[in-house]
Design a protein around this ligand. Structure first.
Ligand code: FES
Length: 151
């Protein structure tokens, strides 16, 4: 059973299969992730096979099937960051937050993901918290960054 927000989005696109991606983008924006019920609703009401909806939902990095935290932490694992220790930064974040990459803290305050180059290699190693870059990081600096976001 879908909620009203989901219904309004799905109804907007009718049964136009070519609009499936747009509907998923709207749902991601509305909910912050793609709830299972919303995917079922898209499939049923837009008359698109569930397998097709799921393949779109899992193919694009912009979509998430899990709820994200209030503060979304993306750790750049691109080449420049990798050679400057991004794996150690990720491991430190996992320890500090008590979650693994791809997960969200139980209080829904933080979610953590490893991503490709975020486009400011000169600041490597870099993480993004929401839209804010934090560069030239070390493991020792990680707690200070998290503290700014209420950790
Ligand atoms: S590799 Fe990390 S910002 Fe480019």
């Amino acid at each position: 059973m879908s909620d009203q927000r989901t219904s309004a989005i799905v109804e907007k696109y009718g049964t136009d299969e070519s609009a499936t991606l747009s509907a998923l983008q709207d749902l991601q924006e509305e909910h912050g992730y793609l709830p299972r019920e919303a995917l079922l609703d898209v499939s049923k009401r837009m008359e698109v096979p569930l397998s097709r909806v799921l393949s779109l939902a899992t193919f694009f990095n912009a979509f998430s099937l899990k709820p994200k935290g209030k503060h979304h932490v993306n750790v750049c694992m691109g080449t420049a960051c990798h050679v400057r220790g991004s794996q150690l930064i990720l491991e430190k974040l996992e320890r500090e937050l008590g979650i693994k990459s791809g997960d969200t803290t139980p209080d829904r305050n933080f979610s953590l993901d490893a991503v490709r180059c975020v486009g400011c290699c000169g600041l490597a190693p870099v993480i993004m918290v929401g839209d804010t870059f934090h560069g030239k990081l070390s493991q020792a600096k990680v707690p200070g960054v998290l503290k700014k976001y209420g950790k």
